[in-house]
Design a protein around this ligand. Sequence first.
Ligand code: NAP
Length: 455
Amino acid sequence: MPIATTNPATGETLETFEPLSAADLEARLECAAGAYRRHRRTSFAERARMMLRAAEILEAEKDRFGRIMVTEMGKPLQAARDEAAKSAAGCRYYAENAERFLADEAVETTAQRSLVKYQPIGPVLAVMPWNFPFWQVFRFAAPALMAGNVGLLKHASNVPRCALAIEEIFRRAGFPEGVFQTLLLETAQVQAVIEDPRVAAVTLTGSIGAGASVASIAGKAIKKSVLELGGSDPFIVMPSADFDLAVRTAVKARVINNGQSCIAAKRFIVHQSIADEFERRFVQGMEALKVGDPMDPATEVGPLATEGQVRTIEDQVQRTVAAGARLLTGGNRLDRLGWYYAPTALTGISEDSPAYRDEVFGPVAMLFRVTGIDEAIRLANDVPFGLGASAWTRDEAERLRFADELEAGMVFINAMVASDPRLPFGGVKESGYGRELGPFGIREFLNIKTVWIGA
Ligand code: NAP
């Protein structure tokens, strides 16, 4: 894909960017290696001062950063401003806690003294997606930089202005040259960066295909990788649930970020005793959404991020309907400028249709009915993904079963799945491995060093 800013609300390409030449890339990698040698020696207090300054910049200029996001990937403006503020919260969280998370840990053994030290490992490459173009990057960069590593960002090719704005934030915050660099790269250039001996590790957030490719290159080079991949999260509603809250949250959980969130609820698994009413109210909710210009404060659902996204969704819905599913609402591209797709709900989805097992990355909901909790859990787990899961019930025994038996990295009871800097984020199965956020996130790219001091 060319590296370009193209407004999804109009389809207009506003700016194109040249990928780095081989010589420029070499200079950037050398700069990262030099910056790492100095940055790893800085104190937590120095790093925290700069990280808090980055948080202040994000908060003070969230409207400007929000507008850059909207122009490149189409999320509603208020959500984009909130994303800049959440990125600031991520910076603060690691600025305030990194030293505690990475303090030496004494361990009692037969040695005179033995301890575990957490030490940085070097430049870490982050291959990032466009859907949360700020938050995804900050939740990688804040812990990496606080730990003493340095960051190299290869962002998605449709969000270059976001990528450059983030580099600018770290520079203005006082981080020395090379501590965080945006590399405008094409996919074909990523392999050489991962293989470069100066690069220590790689983290990727994105699709299964990209993850498999990056992880296999890293594996061959014996480098650690973390993968945050797709999801097809279930949203289960049982008879004892707070029905009104569940159905209102269901609509929100499906269309958040114009339906393009890895942890958006995608499959709604509802007990048959309440399924008719759930279906009626859910469809009503989807039809009431205000779809339109993401810069308009009243807009709840904006365009999809790229033309390719719309084509993929159209194809998935058409093939699912051809395999026997019934459209309850939507199912079409909107007849207007830009890449808009109508909020859509499908039912009667057969096991051999794309919407049953694949991730549908747009405002399209799949509704299923079940006879009880056993069938709900079986259906919820019957996908290759295992990212998040939301279950709605007031029954304590059911809550415990969902928490224990759902195959997911994150289970939320009576709430929609969300990320929080304090809690680990990540998945199992084909949703990836490793964790971001919380104390776990900062320890992914470290040398966890054993020190044994004999008598
Ligand atoms: P994508 O196509 O996989 O792209 C993600 C990033 O990987 C982009 O920077 C992309 O660059 C790059 N890339 C693509 N193919 C590559 C390859 N073969 N080698 C190296 N880099 C490659 O995914 P997307 O469409 O941008 O994002 C949507 C996906 O991300 C969804 O599946 C979503 O669920 C997932 N996601 C997961 C999480 C999570 O935390 N688990 C969070 C957000 C999104 P180009 O843009 O240049 O192709």
